[in-house]
Design a protein around this ligand. Structure first.
Ligand SMILES: [Fe+2]
Length: 336
């Protein structure tokens, strides 16, 4: 059985009924196929899934306002940087699971079991196929080269996707080099940052910028769009997976953790474990044109042919622990 309750404001406070075998999932990620997954989980375990959907920020505020009486067992959102915000606010409890340790690569698990990645995405560089692949662009570092000779489109630096990327740059190179990189990148911007990741890809397709930085699934989404103009945009660009000859491409994830006041922590952990079974991994990844967190699981969507790349093994928790420094560096160089 499966019950859904969508909330758009915090004023709406739904008191979930008590069931012995249930798990209450607060999710910022929602797709129609979620229902299939929840039903399969109930079938396998006898545990009912109660779903509360809202944005990540709304859910975090709600969990905090509910406090010790919160019925929430699990919080599911995108980007390890955002999951880290929940960690900082003391919202998760540490967990241990042999199943998750065996199935998930260590870089996609919080070291204390506070959260686990269930799907992955890469932050890649796009170029216009008409211009051909630029020879001097192979790494994120290249984007900050003052002699790049190419323009770059990027959404605002305050967005968590860019903060997570910067957090990894800091981890690899230290603050000083990261600051130089941000300064160089600022000088290479094609325009004032505007819009989301899709708008940056559109910028390259339209010739407004030579390069764009955007998450992989936005390109996948354009490829399978119902709108022919989107598919045309997708066809005009190709990705460069950066840093294939050294540390690998910056990878992020959607992930979830068991909440500190969870009334059903065992059920919550069982739910996360279920999310890492191969069939569910394929469904989850295909929902959003991502890749599975579990290695060796295939996908059917447009990202199938792009799954084979070297991924950085920087632990995603770093995207959170370096986040404040990332914000400060972007601020100091006046990056919009
Ligand atoms: Fe996104």
């Amino acid at each position: 059985m499966f019950r859904a309750a969508a909330v758009s404001t915090l004023a709406l406070s739904v008191v979930l009924p008590a069931f012995a075998d249930e798990v209450n999932l607060y999710s910022a990620r929602h797709y129609d196929t979620d229902f299939t997954i929840f039903e399969a989980f109930t079938e396998a375990t006898g545990i009912t899934v109660n779903l509360i959907e809202a944005s990540g920020d709304e859910l975090m505020a709600r969990i905090e306002s509910e406090g010790v009486n919160s019925p929430a067992d699990l919080f599911w959102t995108v980007d390890a940087g955002r999951l880290h915000t929940a960690v900082e606010r003391g919202m998760f409890q540490p967990t241990q699971s042999d199943v998750l340790e065996e199935r998930l690569p260590s870089d996609l698990r919080h070291p204390d079991g506070l959260f686990y990645g269930v799907t992955t995405r890469a932050r890649v560089i796009y170029y216009n196929v008409e211009n051909g692949r630029p020879e001097n662009v192979n790494t994120y570092e290249d984007l900050g080269n003052p002699d790049l000779g190419l323009t770059v489109c990027l959404r605002t630096s305050s967005h968590v996707y860019n903060l997570s990327l910067m957090s990894e740059i800091i981890e690899v190179h230290g603050e000083e080099v990261a600051k130089e990189w941000a300064t160089g990148l600022l000088g290479n911007l094609a325009r004032q940052p505007q819009g989301g990741d899709t708008d940056q890809i559109r910028g390259v397709a339209a010739g407004e910028c030579d390069l764009a930085v955007a998450n992989s699934y936005y390109w996948g989404r354009l490829q399978v769009s119902q709108n022919p103009a989107d598919r045309e945009t997708a066809a005009r660009v190709l990705p460069i997976f950066p840093n294939q000859d050294d540390r690998g491409t910056h990878v992020n994830m959607s992930g979830m953790g068991v909440l500190a006041n969870a009334p059903n922590p065992e059920n919550a952990l069982a739910f996360i474990e279920f999310m890492t079974t191969p069939t569910i991994q394929s469904i989850l990844a295909d929902q959003n044109n991502e890749w599975p967190a579990v290695e060796g699981v295939s996908v059917a969507g447009p990202m199938r042919d792009w799954a084979d790349f070297t991924r950085s093994d920087t632990n995603v928790a770093v995207y959170g622990t370096n986040q404040a420094t990332a914000i400060s560096i972007f601020d100091r160089v006046g990056f919009p």
